[in-house]
Ligand binder design. Structure first.
Ligand code: DX5
Ligand code: ZN
Length: 223
């Protein structure tokens, strides 16, 4: 299994975004996690396609766009044009999940499905093969810097078993409250794409990203 670090830009210094991105890219992070919030699905705003398009010119990281947006189908093309490589939509925010995942894949992008902590895994039953990645929220979405919800360990384990039982290769991304102190737990539970905002960008982003990647490489060597 490939282990991937996806630093969340939400926690970076907005006055120096390009510089911060460069630091994590140099440290070896593979993805950049871009949190888009509409002030409706989540009680907060962040950034949209123009900011992503401008960063696209400065970085060759895989752009991992997490849409915390009601009915994101309306904006998929805008995010594709801005430079998204992976688009993840929330199962709770989409009426036609099957159609939305197809639409993302038809644009030549990878499709992800995100679930809030309280959303059961059974919503994935029929559409799991249509998703390249499942993002399990490990905090309630909307804000960075919250504490990891402990019952998510078991949810990650259950999802990894389900994916293996169905013979799929789906990535499991975890997002929210992941730090250098608890990342080993989520790796052991079966996550392989690690989002971290404050865990990376609070302090020296390059050094923090390198420390995450060191733990993840060791996990990869053991697996
Ligand atoms: C929260 C976002 C996260 C957030 C994570 O709604 O989806 O990606 O940036 O931040 P930390 O790692 O600080 O919890
Ligand atoms: Zn996110």
């Amino acid at each position: 299994m490939q282990y991937i670090l996806s630093p969340s830009l939400l926690a970076a210094d907005t006055g120096r975004l390009a510089e911060e991105v460069e630091k994590v890219e140099k440290a070896g992070a593979q993805y950049l996690h871009l949190d888009v919030m509409d002030g409706h699905f989540v009680p907060n705003f962040s950034f949209g396609p123009p900011a992503i398009a401008s960063l696209r010119k400065r970085s060759s990281l895989v752009f991992d766009v997490h849409l915390m947006v009601e009915e994101p189908r309306r904006y998929l093309e805008d995010f594709a044009k801005a430079g998204a490589d992976i688009i993840t939509v929330h199962a709770e925010a989409v009426t036609h999940l099957d159609r939305t995942l197809y639409a993302i894949r038809e644009m030549g992008l990878k499709a992800g499905v995100a679930l809030n902590p309280a959303t059961p895994l059974c919503v994935l039953d029929w559409i799991l093969p249509l998703a390249d990645m499942v993002l399990l929220m490990t905090v309630n979405p909307g804000f960075g810097g919250q504490a990891y919800i402990p019952y998510c360990d078991e949810k990650i384990r259950a999802l990894r078993s389900l994916i293996q039982a169905r013979g799929l290769q789906t990535d499991i991304e975890v997002d929210g409250g992941i730090t250098l102190q608890n990342v080993q737990n989520v790796l052991d539970a079966g996550a392989n794409v690690i989002v971290s905002g404050s865990g990376v960008f609070r302090g020296d982003a390059g050094a923090n990203a390198a420390a995450f990647l060191d733990i993840m490489r060791k996990q990869e060597a053991r697996s």
